[in-house]
Design a protein around this ligand. Structure first.
Ligand SMILES: [Zn+2]
Length: 248
């Protein structure tokens, strides 16, 4: 039985494994709590890349966690925190996939980079589609939410056929990813991302002594284009200026 948006009455996006259901019409998100569906407003990050990136723009669900961490002075987290000071440093927990590699790679990338996101409440509904979408998406901004499949059939802008052999399957969702990681799970997975960040930089195996407390979390949608060359971001080219310099 399809779930209905409490706000506007249209059907919600989200399959059997969804933890949060999203209304593509009014941009409200709905999480399932004991008392029933509770609505809240997710945030969408603007495209800030300064490069012309070909491909269909997808928006990936990510939890951005505000945390307090007590860690060693020479920890990766302390370095990240100092780099973003006086602003807060966030932990990023991917919410569109339950795959360990995605969690680890994208979570670590975003947490290490701490992108300066330009956030707007809600989703880019069909009513207020932005010009940036048409600039970036090779297929034009027209399609909207119904652009199923993507991935495999997308023409990367030619040229780089070298990758050849391993054809990774593209995303199986449209403009907005599903949200399969709920708020509570994100708090648990925050520890996983945190430890991945620390071990990513550690030269040797050592025990990581830390305390992590989650103060709050927000659901963000981050623009990206599927591109198997971006192995370290789990095949996603994030359309954020902080990732412009990264070599595929
Ligand atoms: Zn709605």
């Amino acid at each position: 039985m399809p779930l209905i948006c409490r706000n506007c009455g249209l059907g919600l996006q989200g399959g059997d494994d969804a933890a949060v259901f999203v209304c593509l019409n009014c941009g409200t998100a709905h999480e399932v709590l004991e008392k029933g569906l509770v609505a809240f407003s997710p945030l969408t990050a603007a495209i800030t890349t300064e490069l012309a990136v070909a491909g269909v723009t997808h928006y990936l669900a990510v939890w951005r966690m505000a945390v307090t961490v007590t860690a060693a002075a020479d920890s990766a987290w302390e370095r990240i925190r100092k780099a973003t000071a006086p602003g807060p440093a966030y932990l990023y927990v991917p919410a569109f996939s339950l795959m360990r590699a995605v969690m680890q790679r994208l979570g670590v990338s975003l947490t290490e980079v701490q992108p300066a996101l330009e956030l707007d409440r809600g989703l880019l509904g069909s009513g207020d589609r932005r010009p940036t979408l048409t600039e970036v998406g090779a297929g034009g901004g027209a399609g909207g939410a119904g652009r199923a499949g993507g991935g495999a059939g997308d023409n990367r802008s030619g040229g780089d056929g070298a990758l050849g052999a391993a054809v990774a399957p593209g995303p199986d969702f449209g403009t907005y990813s599903p949200v399969v990681v709920g708020r509570q799970d994100a708090r648990t997975l925050g520890h996983f991302v945190y430890l991945a960040v620390e071990s990513h930089e550690a030269r040797e195996v050592r025990s990581v002594d830390y305390r992590l407390e989650t103060l709050g979390e927000e659901l963000l949608f981050i623009p990206a284009v599927w591109d198997p060359r971006y192995i370290h971001e789990s095949n996603w080219r994030l359309l954020l200026r902080e990732f412009d310099g990264l070599v595929a």
